[in-house]
Design a protein around this ligand. Structure first.
Ligand code: AMP
Length: 143
């Protein structure tokens, strides 16, 4: 398989350039994390490298290591923020793998026993509710 080239008009590239808004929970030199607008559960966060890549197949090892560090920080923070019993760390690669936005990102989702995930790219969440969740995650990251 030959993957298409990175397209810098994808929606996450626009968020990274500040052209469209996001509800941010974390930002450092190499990565950013913000709330998923169609969450599969409360506290669903996306972690992205700032550098361009489509997914796990073309990201540099250097960028992947930075993403992994941030994924662990966010995983710990969402579990703490929502007093969760578990966590999912999910990546969809290319359309056949379920990917819909072609800038590398990892889904971090707090989980509870017996509560199934909502569908991937289901309904839009209320942005005020997402901001409340983001504030809890930011607080959990800070201590
Ligand atoms: P994937 O299928 O892994 O590429 O998923 C892309 C994810 O991005 C989905 O879970 C969408 O709900 C989410 N998403 C799409 N547009 C936005 C946006 N503007 N801000 C935050 N999340 C988004």
């Amino acid at each position: 398989m030959t993957a298409p080239a990175y397209d810098d008009q994808n929606i996450f590239a626009k968020i990274l350039r500040g052209e469209i808004p996001s509800i941010k929970v974390y930002d450092d030199e190499h990565t950013i994390a913000f709330m998923d607008v169609m969450p599969q559960a409360e506290g669903h966060v996306l972690v992205l490298p700032k550098a361009a890549s489509r997914n796990i197949l073309d990201i540099s090892t250097h960028d992947l290591l930075h993403v992994s560090e941030t994924v662990q920080k966010i995983a710990r923070a969402v579990v703490k923020a929502f007093d969760a019993e578990g966590v999912n760390v999910i990546h969809y690669g290319e359309p056949a793998g379920g990917q819909t936005v072609f800038h590398t990102h990892v889904h971090v989702i707090p989980r509870f026993e017996g509560i199934p995930l909502k569908p991937h790219t289901g309904g839009m969440a209320d942005s005020d509710a997402l901001q409340v969740q983001a504030d809890k995650i930011i607080a959990a990251l800070g201590n």
